[in-house]
Design a protein around this ligand. Structure first.
Ligand code: ADP
Ligand code: MG
Length: 330
C-alpha cells in the first residue's frame, strides 16, 4: 500500500461527547466515542470499518465527511487539512466528499419526488439549465439501475433496495471522489444486499471512487473491502489488507469477531455479532488495553499500558502487547 496515493489522512482524530448526568455537573465526564484514531485512505480503495455497536464507527464516518466537528485531530484531504474549515471554506470539498446512510428513507425528504431529490444538488450549483439538469438526472438514475420513470415518483413508492439506489444516486450528483457509506445495506434483505454492494463496486470502477465502508457485519465488509479496520471502544485495534485480517487476524478481538460470524438464517436475516460479555462503556473504558476485560490472552501489561497500533507485516497493523517488545519497566 505504501506506493499508493493517499486521498485522506486521518491523524489522531478524537470525538468526546460530554455527558449530562441529572443535576450533577461533574467535570470531565465524557464519552470517548472516537479516541485517537489515525489511518490513511488510498485512492480507489474501499476501506472497511467493522466493530460492535457503539464502537464509534458512525461518529468516525461523520467526522470524516465533516457532518460533525472533531474534538481533536486532523482530516487531510488531498493534502489540505479540512477539519478546521468553516462552511464557506468547505465549499469546494463538499462536492468531493459525500455520505450514504443506512436508512435511505429517513435521509430522503418523503415529500420530494426522486427527480427533485437527485436534482437538488445540481440545481443549487446553477451551472446547468433545465434540460441539461434533466439529462443529468436520467444519466445518474441509469448509473444506479433505475429508469427515467422514477423521476416523478416519491421515495415510498420504491422498495428498500431501490431507495438505497436513490440514496447512492443523490451522493453521486456532484461527482464526488470519496463516499463514506454508513451501514448502507444493513436494513436490506441479504439477496438485495449483494445487489447494492455489486452496484457500489461497479460504480467505484466506473467513476474512480474511493470508499469508506462502515458496517457491523463482517461478511458484508469482507465482500466489498480492499482493506479492513477493526474498531473497539473508539480505537482502531487492527487494520490491514482484507486477506490478512480475515485469514490471519492478529488481535484477539478480531479473532473473536471472526469466530462469531453467524451463519445466515433460513429467513435470510443475519444475527448480531456475538461476543462473550458486553463491551465496557466508552465513558469509563478499562485502563491499559480497553479489550483486556474480555481478552482470553490478557496478561499483566495489558491492564497497565495501552498498546499502540504498530505496523507488522504486509501493511497489517495491530495494537496488542502480544506482538510488541516485552515489558521492561518492572
Ligand atoms: P457505532 O456506529 O459503532 O455503533 P457510534 O459512533 O454511533 O457507534 O457511537 C459511539 C459512542 O458514542 C456510543 O457510546 C454512543 O452512545 C456515543 N454517541 C454517539 N453519538 C453521540 C452524541 N451525539 N452524543 C452523545 N453520545 C454519542
Ligand atoms: Mg453506527
Amino acid at each position: 500500500m505504501g506506493d499508493k496515493e493517499k486521498l485522506l489522512e486521518i491523524r489522531n482524530l478524537k470525538k468526546y461527547f460530554p455527558i449530562k448526568k441529572g443535576l450533577i455537573k461533574g467535570r470531565g465526564n465524557q464519552v470517548k466515542a472516537v479516541d485517537d484514531v489515525s489511518f490513511n485512505i488510498y485512492k480507489g480503495e474501499t476501506l472497511g470499518i467493522v466493530g460492535e455497536s457503539g464502537s464509534g464507527k458512525s461518529t468516525l464516518g461523520r467526522m470524516i465527511v465533516r457532518l460533525m466537528d472533531a474534538t481533536e485531530g486532523e482530516i487531510v484531504f488531498e493534502g489540505t487539512n479540512i477539519e478546521h474549515l468553516g462552511t464557506r471554506q468547505m465549499g469546494a470539498f463538499r462536492k468531493e466528499i459525500q455520505m450514504v446512510f443506512q436508512d435511505p428513507f429517513a435521509s430522503l425528504n418523503p415529500r420530494m419526488r426522486v427527480g427533485q431529490l437527485i436534482g437538488e444538488p445540481i440545481a443549487i450549483q446553477k451551472t446547468f439549465n433545465k434540460k441539461e439538469r434533466a439529462e443529468k438526472i436520467i444519466d445518474i438514475l441509469g448509473k444506479v439501475g433505475l429508469t427515467a420513470e422514477a423521476i416523478t415518483k416519491f421515495p415510498h413508492e420504491f422498495s428498500g433496495g431501490q431507495r438505497q439506489r436513490i440514496g447512492i444516486a443523490r451522493a453521486l450528483t456532484m461527482n464526488p471522489k470519496f463516499i463514506a457509506a454508513d451501514e448502507p445495506v444493513s436494513a436490506l434483505d441479504v439477496s438485495v444486499q449483494s445487489q447494492v454492494l455489486n452496484l457500489m463496486q461497479d460504480l467505484q470502477d466506473e467513476l474512480n471512487l474511493t470508499y469508506l465502508f462502515i458496517s457491523h457485519d463482517l461478511s458484508v465488509v469482507k465482500h466489498i473491502s480492499d482493506r479492513v479496520g477493526v474498531m473497539y471502544l473508539g480505537r482502531i485495534v487492527e487494520i490491514g489488507p482484507k486477506k490478512n485480517i480475515y485469514d490471519n487476524p492478529m488481535h484477539p478481538y478480531t479473532q473473536a469477531l471472526l469466530s462469531s460470524i453467524p451463519v445466515t438464517n433460513f429467513d435470510g436475516k443475519r444475527e448480531k455479532i456475538y461476543l462473550k460479555g458486553e463491551p465496557p462503556s466508552p465513558s469509563d473504558p478499562p485502563k491499559g488495553c480497553a479489550f483486556h476485560t474480555r481478552c482470553p490472552n490478557a496478561f499483566n501489561r495489558c491492564r497497565i499500558e495501552r498498546p499502540e497500533l504498530i505496523l507488522h507485516d504486509d501493511g497489517q497493523s495491530v495494537a496488542c502487547h502480544l506482538y510488541s517488545a516485552p515489558f521492561t519497566n518492572v
